[in-house]
Design a protein around this ligand. Structure first.
Ligand code: ADP
Length: 589
């Protein structure tokens, strides 16, 4: 029965650590304490999730279990007991410096193991033990070193206590370093997981894609059974499986619980955790509890962590992480990183949702615009032929009969029909400028195009053209650009005195080509300069209003220039004249 002498087994084992150096270091620490301290068994335990777990046991063996049967040392690895129990025993212990003398240590381990040693004639009681609590700077218990059974069977005297305190302090330092390294390694690994997951998210541009990308990374990175990423869009959360596919078969009750839990967790700056066996620590309504238990069974999950995806005061969604019973509990570092991911992802989602809303709004506007253009084009087409027929017949009649030509009513109809034809032509140009299916691009010599367009404009003899003699080639839409030149030059002539000169210039610049049209006419009031590019806008200036117009010429020019990804602007002073600038990229694509 003399374990130390008879056992002669000195295995020392530990559970797995992120850093491979830690395991042998703890074994050595336990072993030295055993040998130099003169104890039969030394165990080193760490605190995880409110439990004290044995991670290294060293000594001569010779332990017996509660039934009195011999037990090998490794059997005591992973033996665990609640921190509360350890703290209670430590509080009631006799203190010898860092050493705590537990004269009745029985009960500290679930299976109440003891050293198998014959202490009949000795001072030492077989159920006594010495323990050294290892605490972090905040005083929290991080580990426990336990010494069982002095080889000499004596309760250590003062000298022995001093010596043991020194050895134990060394072992405690090894343990604290190991824990720090482990924390660090854990944080590093999780930070890397989070970094990679979020890096994937940054390449996406819709909330759905964002979540899909992150979900895939987290399942592997955090070692999960599975993950649900949910967006609380309105009242109907969207659920994504880890592959980014939408799962829409989720029970409405589960969705409701998740929304409630995520909002609660965001408000309380935490993540919500529930396990298959433990009390759920967030607000539930009647029936939720049974529902969740059934869900655990169905998913083969044992623990669920919900992290809210928030931005400001808003909770946009949640990540629900699932683990199975054989997977580790959520470590404090994992909880912290899950919360951080929720915050970062919440921000990313906030942005991508805003972008999506903006895109949707732009898309709706585009659709509306396309519809409007379509409508204008249809109406204009329908009107074009009857009006043309009226004009032809009327002009025939007026040519044939001098009375008809002198008839004021017919003359007025002819003028009106001519105005209507001009309006229809401009409406058709406006529709064409907005039609995405009808915008062929060509290599165009802009100088040549401008020269030809100017030549077609009435009173073109008042136009001076300044342009490079060897031309200027760009890619563009020929009819569109012809319209731009025609409209700007026609306006410049129209809104000038009858003998006013108009200058047209074409320049090559570093990145683009510039066309300017300058007149010395009426000018445009500053408050109207922004408005003139709107459809049907006509100046309030009576002098300008007296000249015929539809208010469409500049709107058409603006659309054509935008289609080329160019810019149109005006500089003008009332009574002095105006200069219109058109910047066109050399390639319109
Ligand atoms: P409109 O058919 O009326 O000329 P536009 O769209 O071409 O329609 O021009 C819109 C308004 O901008 C015109 O009614 C006029 O008041 C003003 N405008 C355009 N070009 C000039 C210019 N060169 N000088 C003064 N005013 C101009």
């Amino acid at each position: 029965m003399s374990g130390f002498l008879a056992g002669q087994q000195r295995p020392a084992s530990v559970t797995t650590w992120a850093d491979p150096v830690i395991a042998p270091s703890l074994c050595m620490a336990a072993e030295s304490l055993c040998v130099f301290g003169g104890f039969l068994v030394v165990s080193i335990a760490v605190v995880r999730d409110d439990m004290v777990h044995n991670v290294a046991v060293s000594g001569a063996g010779g332990l017996i279990d509660p039934t009195g049967a011999p037990a090998p040392l490794p059997a005591f690895l992973d033996v665990s007991f609640p921190v509360r129990l350890a703290e209670r025993l430590l509080a009631s212990a006799e203190r010898w410096g860092a050493l705590h003398f537990l004269d009745q240590a029985r009960g500290i381990y679930r299976n109440e193991w003891t050293v198998d040693h014959d202490y009949r004639d000795a001072e030492w009681d077989v159920h006594s033990a010495l323990a050294v609590p290892v605490r972090d700077s905040s005083g929290s218990l991080r580990g426990l070193i336990r010494l069982d059974g002095p080889v000499d069977g004596r309760v250590p005297d003062e000298d022995a206590q001093t010596r043991l305190n020194e050895y134990a302090a060394q072992a405690a330092r090894v343990l604290l370093t190991a824990l720090e390294r482990e924390d660090y390694a854990d944080k590093l690994r999780l930070a890397e997981t989070a970094r990679q997951a979020l890096a994937r998210a940054s390449g996406t541009d819709s909330p759905r894609e964002t979540l899909g990308a992150v979900a895939d990374g987290l399942v592997g990175g955090l070692g999960l059974l599975g993950l649900r990423a949910t967006l609380f869009d309105g009242d109907v959360p969207k659920v994504f499986a880890s592959s980014g596919t939408v799962v829409d078969s989720e029970h409405p009750r589960l969705q409701a619980i998740r929304v409630r839990v995520a909002r609660y967790a965001w408000e309380h700056h935490t993540v919500a955790i529930t396990t298959a066996t433990e009390q759920i620590d967030f607000p539930l309504v009647a029936g939720d509890d049974e529902f969740l238990r059934a869900l655990f069974a169905e998913l083969d999950a044992s623990s669920i962590l919900v992290t809210p995806l928030g931005s400001g005061t808003e909770v946009l969604g949640a990540l629900t992480l699932y683990r199975r019973a054989d997977m580790p509990d959520w470590s404090p570092a994992e909880r912290a990183i899950a919360q951080e991911i929720g915050r970062d992802l919440g921000r990313v989602l906030g942005i991508s949702r805003a972008l999506e809303l903006e895109r949707e709004a732009a898309e709706r506007l585009r659709e509306l615009d396309a519809y409007k253009s379509q409508l204008i084009a249809t109406v204009a087409h329908e009107l074009k032929n009857p009006i043309a027929a009226i004009r032809v017949n009327l002009e025939d009649e007026m040519l044939r009969s001098p009375e008809a030509a002198a008839n004021p009513a017919l003359v007025a109809i002819d003028r009106g029909a001519a105005r209507a034809t001009a309006l229809i032509d401009e409406l058709l140009q406006l529709a064409a400028a907005s039609d995405p299916s009808n915008f062929p691009l060509d290599e165009i010599d802009l100088v040549e195009l401008v020269r030809e367009a100017v030549a077609q404009v009435p009173s073109s003899e008042r136009v001076r053209l300044e342009a490079p003699s060897d031309g200027l080639v760009l890619t563009g839409n020929r009819p569109g650009l012809q319209t731009v030149v025609t409209n700007l030059v026609t306006n410049a002539l129209k809104y000038s005195d009858e003998d006013g000169v108009v200058s047209v210039a074409v320049h090559a610049r570093a990145d683009d080509v510039e066309l300017t049209v300058t007149d010395h006419g009426l000018g445009i009031a500053p408050e109207e300069q922004e408005l003139i590019f709107q459809e049907f806008f006509r100046s309030s200036n009576p002098q300008a209003r007296r000249r015929p117009g539809t208010g469409l010429g500049l709107a058409i020019a603006d659309r054509v220039v935008q289609r080329h990804h160019g810019r149109i602007s005006v500089e003008s002073e009332l009574g002095e004249g105006s200069t219109f600038h058109v910047a066109l990229p050399r390639t319109a694509g």
